[in-house]
Write a protein that binds this ligand. Structure first.
Ligand code: GLA
Length: 387
């Protein structure tokens, strides 16, 4: 099969899953994002101050601290790298990013991949030059720089397009990226507008934000994470719901709260884009980001997004079926005091007697009959695998 027919076959497969029949352009032409994308993004920590040196520093850290082995591959520059367009309409970086091709080469030299950011509107959310009217130019420029991932953020597009034009606007960039011949992950960032999960995959998106922005605070993170229930049927290999990037290690949540954040994102099969300063991370933060048994829940090859199976007041149980026939289970305590939470095996469809393994502790807890009960700290989680 030629590349083109392989791409068409895949696009048609996605469409038939979506119950739609007409062919569209798509960046889903090369087995991209078969598991939720993992990497780092500059926004949550560096915001608009991000520099070339910060991005290189993140790549250095990932390549040497165990994150690369854990699966973190994309090194993504968010907003505020853009300068002006040259006389041919080609976007140029600003003075903080002297040479984007060289930055891409540097990231690639570490065995990592390079991500970038733009908006379909005239301006990005931080008022830098967007891609409006220059979609083809930008796709070609990104390909020339060696870009592997584009986050495409609605922002000022709301000034020039109607909501009902959104799909066509995103499809336009998916097609422009496709025409470059360079596989690039396409991340739709429009905060869950227009029920993006219904059409994000069909127009060529590999992931789509389902919410407004996360922040490094328990209330915001937990509201976003726990409200993802119900979207699970829209996620799968190549196309993922994105409840926004990680705040682990940014300093405004405690250890249990960050464990809840990471556990929930993994049960949700969410993209795992670290958002902290990787060059200055504590061993505790690194351990949260790289626990292999927890990351394996996120990266499981079946690609099933977990969902809530039980809740009572501030206590919730979420499950995610895994490829080996076992089930990952999160016992969450959103309350203000530690509490015993009981997992009733019949509620998660496991046999009356099952073995339970603690994933954060990476140790077997033994065989249990009928149920398993654990003391869960305030704002905390017990994450287990039941088999
Ligand atoms: C929006 C996005 C954020 C970030 C900023 C950059 O708010 O949702 O993730 O990209 O724009 O300006």
């Amino acid at each position: 099969m030629s590349n083109r027919s392989r791409w068409l076959a895949r696009a048609m497969a996605v469409l038939s899953v979506m119950g739609m029949g007409t062919a569209v352009g798509s960046s889903q032409d090369s087995n991209l994002a078969q598991t939720p994308p993992m990497g780092w993004n500059s926004w949550n920590h560096f915001g608009c101050k991000v520099t070339d040196a910060d991005v290189r520093g993140a790549a250095d850290a990932i390549a040497t601290n165990g994150m690369k082995q854990a699966g973190y591959i994309y090194v993504n520059v968010d907003d505020c790298w853009q300068g002006k367009r040259d006389e041919h309409g080609m976007i140029q970086p600003n003075e903080k990013f002297p040479d984007m091709k060289a930055l891409g080469d540097y990231i690639h030299s570490k065995g990592l991949k390079f991500g970038i950011y733009s908006s379909p509107g005239p301006e990005t959310c931080a008022k830098h030059e967007g891609s409006y009217g220059h979609e083809e130019d930008d796709a070609r420029q990104y390909a020339a720089w060696g870009v592997d991932y584009l986050k495409y953020d609605w922002c000022s597009a709301s000034r020039v397009y109607k909501p009902e034009e959104m799909r066509a606007v995103y499809r336009k960039m998916a097609e422009a990226l496709h025409r470059t011949g360079r596989p690039m992950v396409l991340s739709l960032c429009q905060y869950g507008l227009e029920s993006v999960w219904m059409w994000g995959a069909a127009i060529g998106g590999n992931l789509w934000r389902t919410t407004e922005d996360i922040s490094d605070h328990w209330d915001r993170m937990s509201d976003i994470g726990f409200e993802q229930n119900g979207l699970e049927k829209y996620a799968g290999p190549g196309h993922w719901n994105d409840p926004d990037m990680l705040e682990v290690g940014n300093g405004h949540m405690n250890h249990d709260e960050y464990l809840t954040h990471m556990s929930l994102w993994c049960l949700l099969a969410a993209p795992l884009l670290a958002g902290n300063d990787l060059s200055k991370m504590t061993p505790e933060t690194l351990a949260i980001l790289t626990n292999p048994e927890v990351v394996a829940v996120d990266q499981d090859s079946r690609g099933i997004q977990g969902h809530r199976v039980w809740e009572e007041g501030p206590y919730e149980i979420w499950t995610k079926p895994l490829a080996d026939g076992s089930t990952a289970v999160g016992l969450f305590n959103r309350g203000e005091d530690a509490e015993d939470i009981k997992l009733d095996f019949s509620a998660v469809g496991v046999p009356a007697s099952a073995s339970v393994r603690d994933l954060w502790g990476q140790k077997d807890l033994g065989n249990f009959t009928g149920s398993f009960t654990a003391k869960v700290p305030r704002h905390g989680v017990v994450l287990v695998k039941v088999k």
